[in-house]
Design a protein around this ligand. Sequence first.
Ligand code: BDR
Ligand code: CA
Length: 315
Amino acid sequence: MTTHIILDTDPGIDDALAILLALASPEIVLDGVIAVHGNVSLEQTTRNALSVLELAKASRVPVFKGCDVPLVKESLLSPETHGASGLGYAQLPEPATKPQVRHGSDYLIEQIMSRPGEVTLVALGPLTNVALAIRKEPRIVQNVREVFIMGGAIQHPGNTTALAEFNTFVDPHAAHVVFHSGMPITLTPLDVTYQCIFTPDDLNRLLKIDTPVTKFIADAARFYMKFHDEYQSIEGCVINDPMTLALTFMPEICDYQNLVVDVDISTGAGLGNTFADFYNYEKKKPNMKVATGVRPRMFMELFLERMEKLARKIT
Ligand code: BDR
Ligand code: CA
């Protein structure tokens, strides 16, 4: 059985890889992509989503524009991580296709409400669009099939502040709305993604196939690897977003705990910090399933095999 997926995303190098993984995976039907501000501006994330779909000959997948700023805070972009364009050193042509006219949050509501229990949402950027959709139509909470979120750092250092992960730091108020909405959430925090490194050897394996897809991956990943080397002394790069997508059809990549998770929306040094009540001191019902353990090579082999398959197909 295939899973119908809507991707809410801020491409972004690892977001772009998640789009490619979705297209390379027969378990998934990618119904639509919603862009959000985040790694780069909304204009740029929208353009990148369209360009990556065109690269993979999938311009049939509609792209919608969502929110261009967080709910409350000022915007924060991350050119040092993803480059000025959001795709590292990769230079894709200006997309021929245009985004759809409707706002992404309205598309999300319409899709979930017209097919109750069928649509799986995968959110790979700041949660602004998802929070807005919940506020506009609260019934999506009961009618979405599942929600997979890349975000947070539960027992792991932050990658944006000492305590906070990028997606939850950029729009902590949206994360707060979504986390407490009652949606059936699976969270993929840095705790598991930082155990999966896409290494220079992995990249060299892909480069044995010389096609536009592998060239794109190399040009994007080399920038991302440079960032990880300079800022975090990691050889390779952490591809958070495709790992989150992979859990929709290969959940056995991770181990999970049902936990009560919150996000700090106070104005101090902890803003955007995500934390779990592991001992359930407050006696609350868990509000999400959190990936807390991972089999790194299981994910990486899946990712590499799927990218090889896609690269051979798109010449
Ligand atoms: C998340 O933030 C962005 O840099 C990545 O695209 C990923 O979604 C990791 O913290
Ligand atoms: Ca992202």
